[in-house]
Design a protein around this ligand. Structure first.
Ligand code: SF4
Length: 126
């Protein structure tokens, strides 16, 4: 069986998933990883996913949403913030900073999540 993709991302951690989610909006993407993406260092490092809520969307998806929520050109910020508030969404993050600590690209993941939480409170709840 053959599969055709436009982009192949090597690595299923935060940086790889972020890149894959970005590219997937415009083309077909495959992620190649040594382990299932839920077992990548940055995702597996999250205590919320590991111990409490396996359905938690996790840091990569939140980081991706954050990119649009803070984009002045985006016209769907409210909808994205509302999606983030659904069960297993952004409020599941308990700011343990583990995703930030293991990110090989030194992305300030937890800071981005906290900024997004603040924005949601300001935009949807004040
Ligand atoms: S900061 Fe949030 S998403 Fe990152 S590891 Fe901690 S609980 Fe998980």
């Amino acid at each position: 069986m053959f599969h055709e993709y436009d982009v192949v991302v090597v690595g299923g951690g935060i940086a790889g998933l972020y890149t894959a989610l970005t590219a997937a909006e415009q083309c077909r993407v495959a992620v190649v990883s040594k382990v299932h993406v839920t077992r990548s260092h940055s995702v597996a490092a999250c205590p919320v996913i590991l111990e409490q809520k396996p359905k938690f969307i996790g840091p990569a998806a939140i980081l991706r949403a954050q990119r649009y929520i803070f984009d002045s050109r985006a016209t769907d910020k409210i909808e994205r913030m509302q999606v983030m508030e659904k069960p297993y969404g952004i409020w599941g993050c308990k700011s343990y900073y583990m995703c930030t600590m293991v990110c090989p690209k030194n992305i300030k993941v937890t800071k981005a999540i906290l900024m997004t939480k603040k924005k949601i409170i300001q935009e949807l709840h004040s």
